[in-house]
Write a protein that binds this ligand. Structure first.
Ligand SMILES: [Zn+2]
Length: 68
């Protein structure tokens, strides 16, 4: 219990340096940051359709429901 738990990179699980030294936080490096981005773009994380916020849905309903 001498030091705080060090955050780990979600990609490679290496210890992550804290800001402001680490510009890529919460990743250990720019490379890992880009890998994470690539996962998203490559559909590695399953996303069913486009995530719509409640606000957007309400807006859509208002628009499609006729306004008279
Ligand atoms: Zn990493």
């Amino acid at each position: 219990m001498t030091k705080r738990p060090q955050p780990k990179c979600p990609i490679c699980e290496k210890p992550v340096g804290l800001r402001p030294e680490n510009q890529s936080f919460p990743f250990c490096s720019v490379r890992c940051k880009q890998q994470d981005l690539g996962k998203w773009l490559g559909g590695d994380y399953s996303v069913a359709g486009r995530p719509a916020s409640p606000h957007e849905i309400a807006d859509e309903l208002r628009r499609g429901g006729g306004d008279n």
